[in-house]
Design a protein around this ligand. Structure first.
Ligand code: HEC
Length: 103
């Protein structure tokens, strides 16, 4: 294999790995979101007094998670710790999942 072909092959591999990282499949996102169900209800259908995540705008969920993650907004209990466990990409994907759920 010529060096240029090898370089092209490596670049293509890297590009597809990157594409995977950016668009995790639906099942993967659903299992990330399932980790929120203990407290926020199945598919984000919370029982009062918890606010439902289901049907909340994606941008709002992302903003809240990023604020918890960065410590900009202190959480009363646990969210600041939980939010640190997810990459920004994971947070965006999880937020999109909950935004798409019916209340
Ligand atoms: C152990 C229980 C628990 C788990 C698990 C949990 N949360 Fe929370 N969440 C809370 C509590 C309690 C609050 C209220 C703020 C606080 O006290 O930390 C909250 C608040 C939030 C808020 C802000 C809601 C609002 O109306 O301002 C968002 C968004 C959120 N959680 C998203 C998530 C996501 C996404 C996950 C899963 C990755 C998750 N939470 C997992 C307990 C939990």
């Amino acid at each position: 294999m010529k060096i240029q072909q090898a370089v092209t092959a490596v670049l293509m591999l890297a590009a597809s790995a990157l594409a995977c990282a950016q668009t995790p499949d639906a099942l993967q996102v659903r299992s990330w979101a399932a980790a929120c169900a203990n407290c926020h209800g199945t598919h984000g259908q919370a029982l009062a007094p918890m606010q439902p995540l289901a049907g909340s705008p994606k941008e709002v969920i992302v903003q809240r998670m990023m604020d918890f993650k960065s410590g900009k907004v202190p959480s009363a209990t646990i969210m600041h710790q939980l939010a640190k466990g997810y990459s920004d990409e994971q947070i965006v994907a999880i937020a999109a999942y909950f935004a798409a759920q019916k209340r």
